[in-house]
Design a protein around this ligand. Sequence first.
Ligand code: UDX
Ligand code: ADP
Length: 455
Amino acid sequence: MKHILCIGAGYVGGPTMAVIADRCPDCKVTVVDINADRIAAWNSGTLPIYEPGLEEVVNRCRGRNLFYSTDIPKGIREADIIFVSVNTPTKTFGAGAGRAADLQFLEKTARSIVEYAENDKIVVEKSTLPVRTAQAMSRILHSNTKNLKFQIISNPEFLAEGTAIRDLENPDRVLIGGMETPEGERAVEEIAAIYAHWVPRERIITTNLWSSELTKLVSNALLAQRVSSVNSISALCEKTEANIDEVTAAAGRDSRIGPKFLKASIGFGGSCFKKDILNLVYLCGHYGLPEVAEYWEQVVRMNDFQARRFVGNMLDAMFNTVADKKIAIFGFAFKADTGDTRESPARAVCVQLLEERARLSIHDPKALGNAKIDLADAGGDISYVDDPYEAARGAHAIAVMTEWNCFKELDYKRIFDSMEKPAFIFDGRNILDHEALYEIGFNVYPIGKKKRTHF
Ligand code: UDX
Ligand code: ADP
């Protein structure tokens, strides 16, 4: 039986290892973390992250060939293959602050492997990392005095939150990068054999290490760029009465462009897009490519602009002041079907509204706990409300931040009747039936489409 260890029981390591355990009954998979509460949650009936389908997979495998533990030394000693999926946030201090990746957690992990390993191992980078991190990783691992050999593999994760299990079970591709040496190629093959339990061989791509590391950054940069491109055009649509959904639907019919990932919004969030682009920007600067760095940085600037523009539109519509007005925030997660709020544009919108002295009443079906943490330092008048009708009662406006399906099914007549008048809806995700809302009496402000007002 192969022993697989995953260090880091987060949004990436948790779901990925659950699916590997499910699909590879001939492997023993152990997931370790320094955070004992997180491990306790993985061992309990309430998993630490919300992800559709995850609970079923965990319940099938936990205790069979999937184990969660805080015993990192034992995990390392037993493992043949170690996946590293610790967090690599953007640095907040020192050189490269605000751009470069903070690799301290990764380095500590590598040092633990050096300390506890007793035989040769394959170490797989799962976390998103700057290009050439594998080199640093290799140097640390080979600083061991036990004459142990490690093969470093890059196997970036492309799962999206909310659809993680589906993405893992049926991936567009699995990417595995390794050293171009016979030992490197054998290690790549060993990792490929794990995925080959359920992924067709033609979808398993193998490359050199650096291409694999860079592909992760580039994939996220290209996706984020698409969202920023569409959002930039949404601003132009609002000025010209073009309709962003019509424009993207027609443009997306060109098979070279394609229909996916063209939805206008208040902006992209999530732990990856901004971090990875800033990482790319930092790398380009580091390698003396300022024009390339500026090009990609604009994707992040456009995203920040979209959230500011959204609040600007709210202020314009609401007679240039929201001071002391109650505003219901529908959704705080960075996208639907997750409780994750990392880099959620909802936070940027809320902070600006609080600066304008609005009173916020925030509702989200899964993310209220994280919203409280994210806004703990924001100050101002905020309430967190489980019931959307309660959140909207007495409000001057509703701002839709997340595309939760449940928001489409609410009784907006009932909501309208309970609100101050004139009542406004700012649909930051274009998910509601704007014509129906207008008929009820709302003043409706979509993204990238004509507003519908009664005055
Ligand atoms: C992303 C990548 O998709 C995934 O491959 C990678 O492994 C991690 O980063 P994730 O951040 O979970 O996944 O979500 P994703 O579905 O990509 O959405 C990112 C953000 O873009 C969300 O805030 C989403 O609301 C926004 N978005 C997405 C849009 O605004 N419009 C779109 O058309 C698509
Ligand atoms: P991601 O979205 O990349 O999975 P998360 O923050 O959700 O990021 O998860 C990363 C996990 O890695 C956290 O649970 C954190 O406690 C864990 N971690 C960080 N450093 C170490 C370490 N040195 N050893 C073990 N686990 C670690």
